[in-house]
Design a protein around this ligand. Sequence first.
Ligand SMILES: C[S@@+](CC[C@H](N)C(=O)[O-])C[C@H]1O[C@@H](n2cnc3c(N)ncnc32)[C@H](O)[C@@H]1O
Length: 244
Amino acid sequence: MSRPTVKPYKDSAEGKKAQVEQMFDNISGKYDFLNHFLSLGIDKGWRNKIIRMMRNDAPQRILDVATGTGDLLLLQGKKLRPQRLVGFDLSQGMLDVARKKLDKHGLEAELVRGDAENMPFDDNSFDAITVAFGVRNFENLEKGLTEMARVLAPGGKVYILEFSQPQAFPFKQIYGFYSRKILPFLGKLISGDASAYTYLPESIAVFPYGDAMMRILEKSGYKPLQYIPVTLGVATIYVATKEA
Ligand SMILES: C[S@@+](CC[C@H](N)C(=O)[O-])C[C@H]1O[C@@H](n2cnc3c(N)ncnc32)[C@H](O)[C@@H]1O
């Protein structure tokens, strides 16, 4: 069954990919502030949890897909110290911010601009792949996941952090009001891009989560391992492996 496609700019005839690139180029300068402000800093804890989960395997070749302004990449560089660290993203504006942050912290990483659905990496070239708040923005989710499975080494793991939908009363209702009313208002006010922060709750509402996401991972070439809802299900961390 095909999923409805939600795009950032409703009046534009461009495809989702071009619109997503434009949106992140537009908001790149304000992205970090808005991210931490609108999530009350909780997003930092979610990324740290991924780092703790990765630690046991000590992956030496790490690819952070949809790295954006590089928050997860920075943590990987600081805390996991891999031999090879690559941040990959569609938006040059976001990568420019990531580069500045890496330089400020004296960290080395390759930053590559491109499309996650068609990456310029050899088969089996990474021990771990991470994606934080990226897969929801892919034009073709299955294609992106399959491409990540191609470049992941057998036995390697993928860690996906993505928004999901809280179910518990009354948190579901409170969060629904926050994400549909307050978040778009503040997002527009601060970023100047009215569409970006209505796209956020709209894209979350149609995006698969929980067991549905595990089934998609399985169809895309992985053995799904576990999923962990965080902050009452506002987001979920999915872990899957490529069988050796
Ligand atoms: C919400 S940001 C997340 C950034 C970062 N991972 C974080 O946790 O803050 C989503 C990022 O996904 C990138 N993106 C969306 N579609 C992409 C694609 N097809 N290939 C590569 N990057 C993509 C966007 O350019 C944007 O930087």
